[in-house]
Design a protein around this ligand. Sequence first.
Ligand code: ADP
Length: 484
Amino acid sequence: MTLTPLGLDPTLCFIGGAWVRALASARLALINPSDGSALCEIACGSDADIDRAVQAASAALHGDWGKATAAERGRVLARIGQGVLAHVDELTQLEALDVGKPLKQARADVIALARYMEFYAGACDKVHGETIPYLDGYTVYTLREPHGVTGHIIPWNYPMQIIGRSVGAALAMGNAAVLKPAEEACLTALAFAEIARQAGLPDGALNVVPGLGAEAGAALTRHPGVHHVSFTGSVGVGKLIQETTARNVVPVTLELGGKSPQLVFDDADIDAALPFLVNAGIQNAGQTCSAASRILVQRGVYDRVSAEMGKRYDAFRVGPALRDLDVGPLISARQKDIVEGYLAKGDGLQVVGRGQIVDDAPAHGAYVAPTLFTGVDPDHVLAQEEIFGPVQVIIPFDTEEEAVQIANGTDFGLVAAVWSQNGARQMRLAKRLRAGQVFLNNYGAGGGVELPFGGTGLSGHGREKGFEALYGFSTLKTVAAFHG
Ligand code: ADP
């Protein structure tokens, strides 16, 4: 498969500014989740390829990239953003084929990637240290410096957005990045590398090595030449990565998903809330870390919200990504099995809405009908575990106190929303909800490139996006000068 007009060969790795063959001959097959067909082959990077990539990144830090001023880094990031926009149709198509996203969702991801580049291009020369009043005869100041080589292990659900927020911020601070995309979806990561090359990013500042998590991913996390690892993915792998990086005492940023609630009170503007309530469940077929998979509804509006959300679910159409319907396939047959396993655990619960898979959907596509359960007990497995599929549960509550207990009653803490016209309640709950982001009368806030994002508990730690990410991708040095 040639990715025209970028002219990519997806069986290659991008190391030291060049497209190179992986040292091992094995390849991985990428599957088109819309029909189960083989899309193309990709390289299966090994320990040795990761080592080459880390060495190339290290060399970049001692070469042109390491010498670039903050303003020069900003200029090259801005050109990458322009390159992304120049290839918007092609990137949209690649992401739709690779991840199974309906075209409009894939397109939104391309625009978000460009926005990350624009944001971090502008931020490069606006991060600075401070002077600290100290003893007589001293001048003390701080310097923000790059960690060095940063490892980025990303999942398949939002490759472009996650590249934007982690690689964008790392490059902005002058790190050199090694990116290991997911084995299920890596085409836009490769395309991004070519766009960066064409934009003039110095050799080695970005390296991309596709491969298996347990091989290339693990090699990246244990490599002694890596100084920071950012990981987005499952809780199990996040724990492993934290253990592995601990051996080299390397800092990690972990974004591991959630079971995020939206709280709907009797005094909420229900018509305004409804699109946010359902979209946050079915966007990207529910394969979203910040999916609002729990909808907590106060008793006075419970019947209405259940019925209205159910109606919207019944109207959802599910089919191939290129048909651009409401919902596409899941990433893989394996993910479909996992989600169907959860649906089976919902036997006996009341289903209040269910979308429809179009009749002519390919038999081997990974399709699951979006399903909305209501009247669910907060301790039920469907209300506790991250499903990563188009499944939402509605949980009734009576009082504000009860709503907080339920909302905070999982092991996760990524995002939450409050729908209420009562300002005092909004302020109270914004403080009490256990989450890295709280939305008041909205959810998701238009992508939020500028807004710090990350979680607590099993949702992980560290913050990406916005300026906060720049602090995470840098280290602080204090300089104390005695001059008498
Ligand atoms: P999912 O279950 O959603 O596929 P994973 O956590 O398994 O999420 O994968 C997310 C990313 O982590 C992918 O790029 C994958 O290759 C990588 N990965 C998986 N296992 C490991 C591991 N042991 N070490 C490092 N990276 C891994």
